[in-house]
Design a protein around this ligand. Structure first.
Ligand SMILES: [Zn+2]
Length: 226
């Protein structure tokens, strides 16, 4: 018996695997999106001081900081997307919105997303008494600790509305920084607010009075709430 000519299949060889499509192509991206290594550290806070309010991070890198609010959307393909693209997403979860769906966020956490605090019930905190604000923030800290064994260090006030009582309550609940946002999007829209005046520092701690009033939104469109 003679050996088959070079290049001819004999039928006993393993099939040639198809060329693997890069993850960024599978997800419709035209250029690779290398995941950056986390390089930011939270500012240190003196005992008794209020946590900083952050809505901008000074950087020369062309990056956006991805956050995911509330916890209403539970598309399993998003877990695949975060895993395959190694997206560094921060999830700000509201207990009453997540409901019985914490398993989805545990899966997201297992592929690299971080879990942060967005209150128990998505209440607009500004103007509420200290006890009520503390209950919203510390209550969700306790929920997330029991679910994930962690105590988040970042807090996002629902609708972006807060006051100094919020900051005091957040500090007392172990929050290191309050994080706002500069753009929102959902499945078919994206909104970017106008740039602040040139005098606004790159890293700012806006006062409550500077924040826009909360926009009405309901549970049917959670992405608008932030
Ligand atoms: Zn929200």
């Amino acid at each position: 018996m003679s050996a088959p000519p070079r290049g001819r299949r004999t039928g006993r060889e393993p099939p040639v695997p198809p060329r693997k499509t890069p993850p960024h192509v599978r997800w419709g991206l035209t250029t690779p999106a290398p995941a950056p290594q986390p390089s930011l550290s939270l500012p240190s806070r003196r005992p008794g001081s209020l946590p900083p309010v952050v809505d901008r991070v000074r950087t020369r890198d062309k990056v956006v900081f991805l956050t995911y609010d509330d916890g209403a959307e539970k598309d399993p393909r998003f877990v695949d997307m975060v895993r395959e693209l190694r997206l560094p997403v921060s999830m700000f979860l509201t207990d009453s919105v997540v409901g019985p769906g914490y398993g989805h966020f545990a899966r997201l956490r297992s592929v690299g997303a971080s879990v942060q605090n967005h209150t128990l019930d998505h209440a607009a905190l500004r103007g509420l008494p200290y006890a009520g604000q503390r209950a919203e923030i510390c209550g969700q800290q306790n929920k997330l600790r029991s679910r994930f064994g962690i105590r988040p260090r970042l807090f996002r006030p629902p609708y972006g509305t807060y006051d100094t009582t919020t900051l005091r309550a957040a500090a007392d609940c172990g929050i290191a920084a309050v994080v706002l946002w500069r753009a929102t999007m959902n499945a078919d829209t994206a909104r970017t607010p106008p740039e602040p005046p040139a005098s606004t520092p790159a890293t700012s701690s806006p006062s409550p009075q500077q924040k826009p009033p909360p926009r009405p939104c309901g549970p049917a469109r959670p992405a608008c709430c932030a």
